[in-house]
Design a protein around this ligand. Structure first.
Ligand SMILES: Nc1ncnc2c1ncn2[C@@H]1O[C@H](COP(=O)(O)OP(=O)(O)OP(=O)(O)O)[C@@H](O)[C@H]1O
Length: 327
């Protein structure tokens, strides 16, 4: 059993509401999960199910129109929902860091790679520029960038997309974070480079003992690098469990549909995308009653009009369905 001090991120009852012209959109609805030191949790689900809002809520980077509530949102035992802006700013980019989908949104085109790597380190660690540059060279080497010292003098536009994403990873690691959130970190890249970079990220995360939340559509990568998987649908986590258990014995009809098109577990190639399930996601504006998947579920019944129970096996595999095993 994990010691409670091993838990780096604890999310309990997190909801995110977004004010829209049509009313309040419940983008994330009462989700709970935790991530331990050295563990990778993959968040998967169709576009719009709330994955990005979840990561932005954790990092306190939600857009203005969005508000979050949580019973508890804790980093290394500290309740962030009670922490002030100053404290969050001190943690973000330091002990908690994030890698975004498109590096050009996070890298400033007007500054050299070196300046950007060094800045946060000097700020958070009160280190000298010489120390910061040494660490930057070390980390650029770690993420597989040759001639690291020379690269420091280059601007983002002088690098390929794959190199920029490696720089982003180095930047996220500069301050030695305990928690790393990576939101579709490779979608902007070629498929072969995507696999290389995700593998690099997974290797570094394991070597450094970081807790990682990885959002990806690539179920092949999930099968390879996740310790646990959480499946989101319409703002809720409908199933969560250890990777092998989730792939070998998916319990929720939605998860079963998602992985139906994947060949044999353990032999999935990178690039295996989410399955396409007929039907549409319910509107998240206003109250969603009962099981949100029921309109697309081939096993739906009258009882699905009520909120489904959460079922759990001894190995910590949980799902929200009236069926004990929907297979
Ligand atoms: N700024 C916004 N204003 C209004 N609605 C928004 C805004 N941003 C996101 N949403 C809505 O919130 C819901 C959750 O969005 P979110 O970006 O978290 O989904 P996602 O699972 O990350 O999708 P993707 O895989 O496409 O990134 C969606 O219904 C989306 O339309």
């Amino acid at each position: 059993m994990a010691n409670s001090s091993d838990i780096v991120l604890e999310v309990d009852g997190l909801s995110v509401d977004i004010r829209t012209a049509g009313g309040t959109l419940h983008a994330v609805r009462d989700i709970s999960f935790s991530v331990k030191r050295g563990e990778t949790l993959c968040l998967v689900g169709e576009s719009g199910c709330g994955k990005s809002m979840t990561s932005l809520a954790i990092m306190d980077l939600l857009p203005k129109a969005a508000t979050k509530t949580a019973r508890r949102l804790a980093f290394a035992g500290e309740d962030l929902s009670r922490a002030g802006k100053g404290r969050i700013n001190a943690l973000r980019g330091n002990s908690m860091s994030m890698i975004f989908q498109e590096p050009m949104t996070a890298l400033n085109p007007a500054y050299t790679i070196g300046n950007q790597l060094v800045e946060a380190y000097c700020l958070h660690k009160k280190a000298s520029e010489v120390e910061a540059r040494e660490r930057a060279v070390f980390l650029l080497g770690k993420v597989g960038i040759a001639n690291a010292a020379e690269r420091l003098g280059q601007y983002p536009h002088q690098l390929s997309g794959g190199l920029r994403q490696r720089v982003m990873i180095a930047m996220a690691l500069m301050c030695g974070p305990e928690l790393l959130i990576a939101d579709e970190p490779t979608t902007a890249l070629d498929v072969t480079i995507q696999a290389q970079i995700l593998r690099l990220l997974a290797d570094l995360q394991r070597e450094l003992g970081i807790a990682m939340v990885l959002i990806t559509h690539d179920l092949g990568i999930v099968a390879r690098i996740a310790d646990r998987v959480a499946v989101m649908y319409a703002g809720q986590i409908v199933e969560e469990g250890p990777t092998a258990s989730l792939f070998n014995a998916p319990r929720h009809p939605y998860t079963q549909g998602l992985i139906a098109c994947i060949p044999v577990p353990g032999r999935t190639e990178p690039g295996g995308r989410l399955g396409v399930i007929p039907g549409v996601v319910p509107s998240l504006v206003g109250e969603v009653r009962g099981c949100s998947f029921r309109d697309r579920c081939t096993k739906a019944q009258q009882a699905c009009l009520d909120a489904p129970p959460v079922r759990e096996t001894a190995d910590g595999h949980r799902w929200r369905c009236i069926l004990e095993n929907a297979a």
